[in-house]
Design a protein. Sequence first.
Length: 164
Amino acid sequence: MRLLAVAKRELRRLRVSELRRHRSYWRQHAREAYSEPLPFDPDWSLLRRLEETGQLLMVGMFVDGRLVGHAALTIYRHAMSRGKVAAQEIALYICREFRSFGTASLLIRAMERMAQVAGCSQIILHVPARARRLGTLYARLGYRPLFEVHGKELKSDGVGMDSS
């Protein structure tokens, strides 16, 4: 706990415009979070539109003014549950040197409060298959598995849905 004990920590709502300015944070995120090199380039215009319509909530952890972690939720009405409002986590990332100091728990609890204020009755969090520690953290915070998700990367063949 020594690293964060001497630093000034601040947990606050994060705006897309502010998040975008932290380029070194994004470079570190891309290096640490993904096993293969990829052009990590969020769709900033989509994120701004979601934020403007109240469908995107983000919170950031700053240490001495430096962004060291963030969490983001999208808000939606669940069509198969009579319009129940839910939140889905789309991002949770903490710079490696700031992990194991309770930062993830603080970010998740802040996400929960923001989702409640937005009228959500449920939050769905994702656990990548290789992130077992994250699943353990979610369980400790009261989350439980709801379903198993499988994914597959599809290669584009250049043919669109409306092609003749």
